[in-house]
Every structure is written in structure tokens, then in C-alpha cells.
Design a protein around this ligand. Structure first.
Ligand SMILES: Nc1nc2c(ncn2[C@@H]2O[C@H](COP(=O)(O)OP(=O)(O)OP(=O)(O)O)[C@@H](O)[C@H]2O)c(=O)[nH]1
Ligand SMILES: [Mg+2]
Length: 680
């Protein structure tokens, strides 16, 4: 057993916009705690968190990573996440690993897109939150306005618990102390603000405070934890990890003031399936039955697969056989590890509340629940809101004969990232990868290249779909008489549009054996083939109900293949009369730009068939433009934004829904479509 227990553990997940200094801060904390002999740096590729080759090359995080240290008798796990909008999937999967989400705001840039996003997500999952203002010693910073911006964006409950002082070379405590001066004014004032916020949570404490009596530190601590858990207080503190200012103080804050797994918010777990799903209450008790969940998977060709998990209840030991999700078969673990970046040290046990890893277990995936009781087969984390990967590229091997290796390596990379998907285009049979943006796919392809596999890519393909807009009837009689045995099958059917997103429904409404039952699967096979092939532009047809109404068979010549063909072409006949239409993916966009670029941005979006839905002023002279636009028009938005704003601004987009394309676009798609392999 480890030397510490659940109450000693603190888990923090670092989240926030790219470049705000999460990794630098994690490296500084590691060094300050004495866990490592030198301070790692993202700038020279020595960071303990950004240890993957691709991360060193780019100088920023691409994967989440876990490091640990002990300080003041506590055991701290830091989960560092990437802050690029393209890598949001990695960051989101780590949210349920920590009690506290620590978001970073750079004093230079103020509150940025992903910081806002992660703050909101953490709040929606009822996690404790803390904000660290980083880079307070960087040139041209205005700490006061950054603090105002934080409060304007996230609310008045964001209150400093320490303050920059002495010209940025130190920070002073304003939670326990009320003495002295800070760069933002008298410490006393800030002390009063934060204490008043805390005591508001507890009537008795409030009374003692109002009567001017001394507060019991233990009572203040308990109430502080409650304030954090309920989002009544979001502490703000200040650091400059480059110069080490505020780092030692941050270690004390994390270990003294943030909740342990015993005190902190519970992760939302659900037990059951479908309608019967219920919240599942666990206890951070190491002696109870095991409940852990996998939040990160790394597939290294040399080390093998590493699955990183957070234990919510019970204990994981190396000699255990665990169950993952609803798999019937147990998994023998052999060994469990504690992680410090790329180093893993074998551990006796990973207790409740702690983070650990297992190596070389193939059957584990992000989101899996580890348990040892079949009663928990249907236990899962409340679904995380991953954005849908809509940005696609068709890839083909540069070297012949690499196809197999490329698809299997891509499939492994897919396991590392819930927003990276690999599939085949049914129309072109090409291998297609999908991610959140240009950058996301570029990283993935670099990773592929670093494993010795190179591909050619083709411009993004848009995942169009087709549907129908009216009911219609269809009919086809397939009859072939070549020499001996013939083929005969005849199908009557009708089609009706379904609501968007309903998919496909097949109904057999045949009476009296007009089509013998054994041929119905063949009819449906033909129907499905047609749905996959598409009609207008060769895209999959969706949101359609197909009802087989009548047919005819022949005692000798009726064959499966005949009914398959009849089903397919009867459907085609019906679709041709059902006002078929091409659907295109529409994305929600959020673009943050300096105020003076707003006109250019909204104008540009309108010219791309976009609909601007609103603009909000953000503190700090920024504006956020919310819009919907067809994905086809904004696939290169990264470079467009750059050219409109000269490099400033950031954006994110995510899939919203499908909509019919305008008639002229449909005409272009239809004209470009050459059905291949038509039989008849
Ligand atoms: N002056 C100063 N620079 C800093 C500080 N923290 C980080 N930086 C610099 O800011 C840049 C980005 O730092 P990172 O730690 O990689 O930022 P990150 O938030 O991890 O970024 P992503 O991994 O891309 O999400 C690096 O060049 C750091 O050297 C700081 O406290 N002061
Ligand atoms: Mg980083």
C-alpha cells in the first residue's frame, strides 16, 4: 500500500487556452516540490509533460499527461491537457479525472476561447474550479484589467486568494493574511472580499464574522471547500512560472485549500442502460468494490499500450483481474504504475482517489469503467460533450504495400483521441480520417510519419448526405432468362421522409406471401445497398422509411439475387419521385477577434453562406461572433481568419446539424456525380 491515503491526495486538471503556460507551470511545480532534479522547459524540449516527439517539435502539448509529486504531506497528481481548439477532445476526456479544474489565463492575453470553454464545461459537471493568472512578469501586462476581465467573464465569485506584489517579484497571501500592500492595492480589501464570500455559505460563521470575532480556521477551511464544490468561490491566484514567482505558494494552495477526493465533488456516474439509467453514488473508500475509469490511452509502438485511469472507489492492485465495461471476460493486470510524464514506476496499489496506469492491456479504451463486479457492467461516466470531428482528409499510402499498416496504425491513434476517427468513404473506397481541424489532422499524420508511414492527402471531403422530401411509390420487376434457369423477383414499395436524424426504418407490410419470407432479407439488402450508394450525388441516404407493400415471385426462378436487385431498383424508382435532396453539414462557429475586425469577420461569414447569430463584446476589446455556416465553405477557416485579422483571433467550430443544400449547389453536385458500376 502507498504511504499516503485518499484524504492526502489532490488531483488537479490543468486546462486553458494554448500557450497560457499550463505545461510550464506543471514543470515548475514539479521542480519546486523536489520531485525532479531540474525544471523542465517546453522551449528546449525538456518538459516532463510534453515528452512525445511531436510535442517537442512543436513546443506545445498535443496529448494529456500525468505527473505527480508530494508536498506538505500530500500527494498531488497533475493532469496537463493541451489547449489548442483542435485538441479539445484530449482535454475533455481528462475532466472527470480531477476534483479541481485549474484553468490558466495568461496575463498577456487575458481570457481566451478554450479557457472559457473549459471553465464552462467544468461548471456544467459541478467540479471545483480555480484560475491561475500566468506570466505576470511578462512585458506589457495589466494585471488589474485581467482580473476585471476574469470577473466580467466568469462572475464575481472569482476572487484572488493571493496578489502580485513587490513589482511582480513576489505574491502576497490575502486569504489567511490581511497585512500589507499588493500591486492591486491593500491586501486588507481583497482579504475581506474573499472571506465574506466564504462565510456567506455558513450562517454561524457569518455571524461570528459580523461580530468581529476570530474565525476558527478549521471551520473556514470546511466552508471554503464547500464554496469550491458548489461554485460559490473560484479562487484566483498569480504566478510567473518562468521566474518562479508564486509557484511555491501555488503548491501550498493546492495542498492546503483544494479538496481531496474525500471532500471534493463526485464525478457523475450513471448505472444502467437506456431509460433505466440512474445516478450512481460511489464513495472514495479504498476498501469498497472497485470503480475506476480510463481517461487516457497512449499507444507507443515500443512500450505498448498504456491506459491511465482514475480510481473513484476501491483499490487497484497488480495481481487483480478486472472487468472493463460489460465485457464478460476478466483482464489480468499483472502490474500497476504511478506516472511521472513518460516515466512509470511500479506501484503496490492505486487507492481510491488516486491516478494510475496499466501497460499492455489491449482491451481498454478511453471512457471504460474498470470494476470487479458484474453488477457494475452498465456503469459509465455521464457522457462527455465531445465535439463531432467534421474535418476530413482522404489519405493514400506513399509507398505501395503500406495500406494495411497505415489503417492499423491509424486505428491505434484513434484509440488515443475520442475526436479522431478513421473510416472508409463508401463512395470512393478511400481511407478517410476525420478530426476537429486542419492542425489536428496534421499532428496525427506526423505521428503516423514518425512511425515510418507516409501518406498523400487529398483536400477535405465533405460528408454530404441525401434524403427525400416527399412520399412516393416505387416498383421494379427483375426478370432474366438466359439459357437454363432464370431470375425473377418483383417488388413494390413506398418511401416516406423521416425527421432529421431519425436514420432509416424498414417495414415489411407484405400480406399473403406475395414475397416469400425467406427473400425479405435479400430485398432489404438491396434497399440498403441503394441507401449507401445514394441517388443525387452518390452520398448515403438517410431519414427515410421504406415499406415493402407488394411483390411477386416465381416458383422456380425466384432467387435471392433477383429480389436484391428488385429491392434496390424499386427503391431507386421511388426516390426519383420523392424530391431527393442533398444535405450538407452545418457547423456552429465561435470566432473571437479584436473589435475592429468584427465587420470584416461578419461580412466574410455572410459571403460564405454563413448566418451570424449574434455578437458579444468581451472584456479587453475583443468580440465573439457566433454563427452557423456550411462546413463546405469554412474548411480552410484557419488561414482565412489569419488573412482577415493578420494573425490575431481564434475560432472553433463544431458540427450542428444537416440541412438541404441550395438548388445551385445541388445541381453542381449532381453534375459532378458519375455513378459507377451500374448494373442493369
Ligand atoms: N514570461 C513567461 N513566459 C511563460 C510563462 N509560462 C509559460 N511561458 C511561455 O509561454 C509559452 C507557452 O507555454 P506552455 O507551458 O507550453 O503553454 P501551454 O498552456 O502548456 O500550451 P499548450 O500546451 O499549447 O496548450 C512558452 O514559450 C513558455 O515558455 C511565464 O510564466 N512567464
Ligand atoms: Mg502544454
Amino acid at each position: 500500500m502507498p504511504s499516503y491515503s485518499t484524504g492526502d491526495i489532490r488531483n488537479i486538471v490543468m486546462a486553458g487556452h494554448m500557450g497560457t503556460g499550463k505545461t510550464t507551470l506543471a514543470d515548475a511545480m514539479l521542480f519546486a516540490s523536489g520531485a525532479v532534479p531540474r525544471q523542465g522547459s517546453v522551449n528546449d524540449g525538456t518538459s516532463f509533460c510534453d515528452f512525445e516527439k511531436e510535442e517537442k517539435e512543436h513546443g506545445h502539448s498535443i496529448f494529456s499527461s500525468v505527473v505527480r509529486f508530494s508536498h506538505g504531506g500530500r500527494q498531488v497528481n497533475i493532469v496537463d491537457t493541451p489547449g489548442s481548439p483542435d485538441l479539445l477532445g484530449q482535454a475533455i476526456s481528462c475532466l472527470p479525472a480531477g476534483e479541481t479544474i485549474v484553468t490558466t489565463v495568461s496575463a498577456q492575453n487575458g481570457v481566451e476561447l478554450i479557457t472559457r470553454r473549459m471553465m464552462d464545461l467544468a461548471a456544467s459537471r459541478h467540479l471545483a474550479r480555480m484560475i491561475v493568472v500566468t506570466k505576470i512578469n511578462a512585458p506589457d501586462v495589466d494585471i488589474k484589467s485581467v482580473l476585471e476581465q476574469i470577473q466580467a467573464t466568469f462572475g464575481r465569485q472569482c476572487l484572488p486568494i493571493n496578489l502580485p506584489a513587490e513589482g511582480g517579484s513576489a505574491v502576497v497571501d490575502c486569504l489567511a493574511s490581511q497585512e500589507g500592500e499588493s500591486a492591486l492595492g491593500p491586501v486588507e480589501d481583497y482579504h475581506a472580499n474573499v472571506i465574506e464570500q466564504i462565510v456567506e455559505m455558513d450562517e454561524a460563521l457569518m455571524e461570528t464574522y459580523l461580530e468581529g470575532e476570530e474565525l476558527d480556521p478549521a471551520a473556514v477551511h470546511d466552508t471554503l471547500i464547500r464554496s469550491l464544490n458548489e461554485g460559490h468561490l473560484v479562487p484566483v491566484c498569480f504566478t510567473d512560472a518562468k521566474t518562479g514567482v508564486g509557484v511555491q505558494e501555488l503548491l501550498d494552495i493546492v495542498t492546503r485549500h483544494l479538496p481531496s477526493p474525500l471532500e471534493g465533488p463526485r464525478q457523475e456516474l450513471l448505472l444502467g442502460d437506456g431509460e433505466a439509467v440512474e445516478p450512481f453514488e460511489y464513495e472514495a473508500d479504498s476498501s469498497k468494490p472497485l470503480v475506476a475509469h480510463v481517461f487516457k490511452v497512449a499507444t507507443d509502438p515500443f512500450v505498448g499500450k498504456l491506459s491511465v485511469f482514475r480510481v473513484h472507489q476501491g483499490t487497484v492492485t497488480g495481481n487483480m483481474t478486472v472487468l472493463a465495461g460489460d465485457a464478460r471476460k476478466g483482464i489480468k493486470l499483472n502490474r500497476v504504475f504511478n506516472l511521472l510524464g513518460k516515466d512509470h514506476a511500479e506501484a503496490d496499489a492505486i487507492v481510491a482517489g488516486d491516478i494510475g496506469a496499466v501497460a499492455k492491456v489491449e482491451d481498454l479504451h478511453i471512457g471504460d469503467i474498470l470494476h470487479d463486479d458484474h453488477a457494475f457492467d452498465e456503469l459509465h461516466i455521464k457522457p462527455l460533450p465531445f465535439p463531432t470531428p467534421m474535418y476530413g482528409l482522404a489519405v493514400a499510402p506513399k509507398a505501395r504495400g503500406d495500406e494495411g499498416k497505415i489503417s492499423s496504425t491509424l486505428a491505434r491513434l484513434q484509440e488515443e483521441d475520442p475526436t479522431f476517427k478513421v473510416g472508409h468513404d463508401p463512395q470512393t473506397r478511400e481511407l478517410v480520417i476525420n478530426g476537429l481541424g486542419e492542425l489536428h489532422l496534421r499532428f496525427m499524420l506526423e505521428r503516423l510519419k514518425n512511425r515510418g508511414l507516409e501518406v498523400e492527402t487529398r483536400p477535405p471531403k465533405i460528408a454530404y448526405r441525401e434524403t427525400i422530401q416527399a412520399p412516393a411509390d416505387g416498383h421494379y420487376r427483375h426478370k432474366k432468362q438466359t439459357g437454363g434457369a432464370g431470375q425473377f423477383g418483383e417488388v413494390f414499395l413506398k418511401v416516406e421522409p423521416l425527421e432529421r436524424g431519425q436514420g432509416y426504418e424498414f417495414v415489411d407490410a407484405i400480406f399473403g406471401g406475395a414475397i416469400p419470407g425467406q427473400f425479405m432479407p435479400a430485398v432489404e439488402k438491396g434497399v440498403k445497398e441503394m441507401l449507401e450508394t445514394g441517388y443525387v450525388g452518390g452520398y448515403p441516404i438517410q431519414d427515410i422509411k421504406v415499406t415493402i407493400t407488394d411483390g411477386k415471385s416465381h416458383p422456380v426462378d425466384s432467387k435471392e439475387v433477383a429480389f436484391k436487385t428488385a429491392g434496390k431498383y424499386a427503391l431507386r424508382d421511388a426516390i426519383s419521385k420523392a424530391r431527393p435532396v442533398v444535405l450538407e453539414p452545418i457547423v456552429n462557429m465561435e470566432v473571437v477577434v479584436p473589435e475592429d475586425a468584427m465587420g470584416a469577420i461578419t461580412g466574410d461569414l455572410s459571403s460564405r453562406r454563413g448566418r451570424v447569430q449574434g455578437t458579444d463584446m468581451l472584456p479587453g476589446g475583443l468580440v465573439v461572433v457566433k454563427a452557423q455556416a456550411p462546413l463546405a465553405e469554412v474548411t480552410q477557416y484557419q488561414s482565412m481568419l489569419k488573412s482577415v485579422t493578420g494573425g490575431q483571433g481564434s475560432f472553433m467550430m463544431e458540427f450542428s446539424h444537416y440541412e438541404p443544400v441550395p438548388p445551385q449547389v445541388q445541381q453542381q453536385i449532381a453534375a459532378a456525380y458519375k455513378p459507377q458500376g451500374e448494373e442493369e
